[in-house]
Design a protein around this ligand. Structure first.
Ligand code: TXA
Ligand code: MG
Length: 357
């Protein structure tokens, strides 16, 4: 199969939305198109076409018990596919969508159990990226899309990565440049009990626990609302099937370095190989000292982010892909404090890591 790649900017889409007509037609016809969102690239297909949805699972090598999320271009459409069951869900849609957020809702009949992996719920996301929005709108159907990477690999934050993994296997890739946010959406679910609501964070993301707490404080609800990371509550079956799999892994080992002193032992084991280092300026300086003192010759370092955690999020998977090309044996990654966006970034790094020192 020939893979057509078109390059488009957000500005061009605003001026000439019909540039996406061909891609939208391909989706409507039951084929798969890779497209940018503000978080990561998605591998999209018509969510109402089971055959098309199956193609996504096959292309990614994704376990069939890991549900896909459904992308819409407008809030008004949610009611066609899912039920908004309480005041908190309603307000989340009102205040936080479109955006890097996926809300798990009770699904309606029209959504196939192939999409939801047999669950009675469906994840709904309305991206704010104008290319994604326009593509969904023009295709005239809801689009199910996981991140556009082979299962287990770091998510794709650039079209080039998508092309490397799926060229010849999908008909169309929309290249909208490097994605803004760089880690996937926050996945949440609202649980209503007699005396309170809980907003469960199934996958942390750009919208943080602190953001959700602010959202709660800014609104009036008839019951108390608590925001909880679902990994902190005991569950017999995981609420989010995707979270049980190893994820986001580059080819090499990943070691999270919290304690430089203890890292020496590990580094010695990789002494004669190429070692990658990912961190902020100070971290790079400190690790370099240790590596030099241990006699490591082959070092490849990347400055993770210059300014803030937003930069770190944007560059994480991007950096992993660069380390892959450099064929490093291990990446030493700076530990970031697990607060705010740091929590979400570390969630990804932990899932990809073999060592935490
Ligand atoms: O930012 C994103 O969310 C990107 C872009 C393309 O939109 N998509 C994405 O999809 O990351 P994916 O399939 O890689 O991750 C979706 C996550 C998985 O962990 C999956 O298990 C979970 O959402 N999920 C989907 N439907 C669910 C449901 N009904 N209940 C619980 N978890 C669900
Ligand atoms: Mg994914």
């Amino acid at each position: 199969m020939n893979t057509k790649v078109i390059k488009i900017t957000n500005q061009e889409i605003k001026e000439n939305p019909y540039l996406l007509r061909e891609a939208a037609k391909i989706i409507a016809e039951g084929e798969v198109v890779a497209f940018p969102t503000e978080t990561v690239y998605g591998l999209g297909a018509n969510a109402l076409n089971e055959k098309a949805v199956r193609k996504i699972f096959e292309l990614k090598g994704r376990p069939s018990d890991n549900p896909l999320i459904v992308h819409l271009h407008s809030k008004e459409l949610i009611k066609n596919y899912a039920e908004i069951s309480n005041e908190v869900e309603k307000q989340i849609v009102e205040d936080l969508m479109p955006g890097p957020l996926t809300l798990i809702l009770k699904k309606k009949e029209i959504i196939s159990s192939i999409v939801t992996a047999g669950l009675p719920t469906v994840g709904i996301r309305i991206p704010y990226n104008p290319i994604a929005q326009k593509l969904i709108e023009l295709s005239g159907v809801p689009i199910s899309a996981p991140s556009a990477n082979l299962s287990g690999k770091p998510s794709a934050t650039e079209a080039q990565t998508v092309i490397e993994e799926f060229a010849g296997k999908i008909p169309f890739v929309i290249d909208g440049g490097k994605t803004h946010i760089g880690i996937e959406s926050t996945v949440i679910m609202v649980k209503e009990e007699e005396t309170k609501y809980s907003i469960l964070i199934l996958r942390p993301g750009f919208i943080t626990k602190e953001d959700l707490e602010n959202f709660v404080n800014e609104n009036k609800f008839s019951k108390q609302v608590e925001v909880i990371y679902s990994e902190n509550i005991q569950q017999e079956t995981p609420l989010s099937p995707g979270q049980k799999y190893k994820h986001y892994s580059p080819k090499s080992h990943v070691a999270i370095i919290k304690d430089f002193k203890k890292a020496e032992e590990l580094i010695k084991d990789f002494k004669n190989e190429k070692i990658g280092v990912l961190g902020r300026k100070n971290f790079l300086k400190e690790v370099k000292k240790i590596l030099t003192y241990l006699g490591v010759k082959n070092i490849f370092e990347l400055e993770w982010c210059e300014y803030d955690l937003i930069d770190c999020a944007r560059n994480l998977f991007f950096a992993y892909r660069i380390f892959d090309k450099e064929n490093v044996a291990i990446i030493l990654v700076e530990y970031l404090e697990e607060k705010g966006l740091g929590y979400s970034i570390m969630n990804r790094v932990k899932k990809s890591s073999t060592y935490f020192i």
